[in-house]
Design a protein around this ligand. Sequence first.
Ligand code: AMP
Ligand code: MG
Length: 372
Amino acid sequence: VETVRLEAACGRILAEPLTADRDHPAMARSVRDGFALRAADTPGELRLIGEVRAGEVFGGGVGPGECVEIMTGAPVPDGADAVVMVEHVESHDGMVECPQRLEPGIHINPVASECRVGDVVLPAGRMVGYPEVAFLASIGAMQVPVFRRPRVAVLATGDELVSAELTPAPHQIRNSNSWSLAAQVRRAGGEPEILPVAPDTLEGTIELVSRGLSSDLLLLSGGVSAGKYDVVEQALRALGAEFFFDRVLIQPGQPLVFGRASGTFFFGLPGNPASTMVCFEVFARAAMELIAGRIAAPLPLLEATLAETFRHKPGLTRFLPAVLHGDGQTLSPVKWTGSSDISAVARANCFLVAEPDKPVYAAGERIRVLLR
Ligand code: AMP
Ligand code: MG
């Protein structure tokens, strides 16, 4: 647990429950600009005896047949039990004509109606977003107790990889997974540590994996398929790993490994860049956030309407690059050549989620969408 200043709290996870420091609101407040009066006097003509602005308290009380001009946020004077909106009255010569019958309590926020002093409003384990920041400010919590960020080791594997700042030969590619994973980890509130790329040898991989296991979570990319030089699982096994699963029925992603070694959870993410990105979002992000102390880490799924017919091969749940249009409702798949197609994912702005038992979606049908 550490303490951060309020301005640095967004994206962090609360380590302690947060309680209301006083009743909110602390006094009954008007929620409209208008006139505070007694509901029993309406409809009727009322004598205007003064005004109360936000930030003031009215000195006297409101008696029968009287009203006080009141502004939004101002405390309701004693005796008044309703507020009529300024737009709904006629006023002239110190008199206010209220033509409607008002219900007691209308346009008034009673004392403690939002929360009561001591109420737990946010439990420990909540991720702080901007509304939580507003609540923190409203209770004067300038120092916020949060769990420290999880340290997440990022370990790419593959002899074909060169560092992103170098120019690859035609048989080589730049290492992009370490960068995308670090960005995903950071965005989800973790502290990435990028390790050197592991070669496709057992000894070299074992050495770097054991380094990565000193973090709170280890993310590997590549080397988990069936190829002759896919040695990641072997290396993990040599380090005493237990495996919880090593295959998932999604695409991109199938050979996804999840387990624990030396007390540290790890994911062996498939190396194709789209697979690495999708498997992080669908599985590893939630795991990382739960390890970090968050109480729940749901996927940001919604539904949209397909702008065109979409087909896929049944059997696997597919997370494919798509564009959610500016209307926020219609969706078009993005052409892609497969899991290595970084440019398709970069051109998209979300993933459509195609169900394994539904090979055809007609134009106009609803489909699930994973936001990113
Ligand atoms: P692998 O799972 O190791 O067989 O890798 C699958 C594919 O993903 C291969 O074409 C790799 O070249 C590619 N790949 C693996 N790791 C990375 C990486 N760090 N950055 C970009 N592409 C990668
Ligand atoms: Mg490889």
